[in-house]
Design a binder for this molecule. Structure first.
Ligand SMILES: Cc1cc2nc3c(=O)[nH]c(=O)nc-3n(C[C@H](O)[C@H](O)[C@H](O)COP(=O)(O)O)c2cc1C
Length: 351
């Protein structure tokens, strides 16, 4: 079965390739009567666009969202919402030299193995361009969550090994890396410039939080809330790990350290990250995502061509030095989609 759809009641299907005519999404199951405007979607898409930081590509992606269906007089109608974004500033000719070689760290070799044919222009369907569709859908999911006072946010807690130490949420919007620690953000800026000069790339960690999520969301046993969040986030290119709450650090502490004590006022700590037995517990849902370094690097690497012959490759072009910070809003979108879907699923069994 093809895997281009995600969600059960709030269901999205994305389509399009990096250098095709356009990319987009069809959202099925969005509640009717909800105010929705192209500007709501545009605001999120603008956060994904290149150019916000030194870590981002110099490609100019206009990314203007066009609502093609499902909205009438500024309100959702309950019918499928289709959002389309045209691909502009496309330079396919710069990919011709990679048409018959596999770029290390990319899906070229696996797409070839799977389909026996691939659109090599800009990475085709495996390109981060596909995340435009997720972000557009995530903006609609966010509008669903807004009505319930659920807020999903994200920030950069590590880039190229530089960690945010002093956490000030107000700093997130004040630097290009969306880092809660201004001092760390300055160091990140310097590092990105050095890495770029060397023709290399870096990865990092993004933290996502969902506040105001009511207790009870999640469908044991296979559609647990944490399982669906992990699936949604792992489906983003370059994401290599997902932690909920204490995550991997829970493996090294005792039960008495890891359990969150319960009081009539609520949980005293949040090692669970807001989810117990796959169901939200009403506390803040906290998630961390490990992002790998960008695979397209100028540093020369060994590879093979389509006939299996040894080659070397240096990937030149307009690439991000890191998927962070552009990936942050994509993570927010995926978490918003999962929570909106589970909100509707919970309503289906309780109302
Ligand atoms: C927001 C975002 C931006 C990205 N930018 C680039 C880029 O400019 N160049 C590149 O080679 N990979 C980029 N990537 C990563 C690749 O799309 C991804 O690593 C590749 O498709 C292989 O998939 P995998 O890392 O999941 O194995 C980006 C990913 C995201 C989510």
């Amino acid at each position: 079965m093809p895997g281009n759809s995600f969600g059960t009641l709030f269901r999205i299907t994305t389509w399009g390739e990096s250098h095709g005519e356009s990319v987009g999404v069809v959202i099925d199951g969005c509640p009717p009567g909800m105010p929705l405007d192209e500007s709501d979607i545009q605001e999120m898409l603008n956060r994904r666009k290149p150019g916000g930081s030194a870590a981002s590509t110099t490609r100019k992606e206009k990314d203007r969202a066009m609502i093609m269906s499902g909205v009438f007089k500024g309100k959702t109608t309950g019918t499928p919402i289709m959002i389309m974004v045209k691909n502009t500033d496309v330079h396919s000719e710069s990919y011709e030299k990679y048409a018959d070689v596999f770029r290390p760290g990319h899906g070229d070799i696996t797409y070839q193995a799977k389909y026996g044919i691939r659109d090599w222009r800009g990475g085709g369907r495996a390109s981060a361009r596909e995340t435009v569709a997720r972000v557009a859908a995530g903006a609609v999911a966010k509008a669903v969550l807004d009505r319930e006072n659920i807020a999903v946010s994200s920030c950069t807690v590590e880039l190229g090994g530089i960690k945010a130490v002093r956490m000030n949420p107000e700093s997130v919007s004040k630097n290009a890396f969306f880092c809660p620690d201004m001092k760390a953000a300055l160091k990140m800026g310097k590092l990105v410039k050095e890495v770029k000069k060397k023709g290399d790339s870096i990865g990092g960690i993004v933290e996502i939080e969902a506040r105001g999520v009511p207790a009870g969301l999640g469908e044991p046993v296979f559609d647990k809330l944490d399982a669906d969040i992990a699936k949604g986030l792992m489906s983003i290119g370059a994401v290599k790990g997902v932690e909920i709450g204490a995550g991997f650090s829970a493996a090294g502490i005792t039960g008495s350290e890891n359990n969150d004590p319960i009081t009539p006022e609520g949980f005293l700590t949040n090692k669970a990250g807001g989810i117990l037995a796959g169901i939200s517990n009403g506390d803040v849902i906290s998630i961390r995502v490990a992002v790998k370094p960008i695979p397209s690097i100028e540093t020369e690497q060994n590879t093979i061509d389509i006939s299996g012959k040894q080659r070397t490759i240096s990937v030149k072009g307009r690439h991000d030095v890191s998927a962070i910070p552009r990936i942050n809003v994509v993570c927010e979108a995926m978490v918003s989609l999962v929570i909106a879907d589970h909100l509707l699923r919970q309503r289906a069994i309780t109302r």
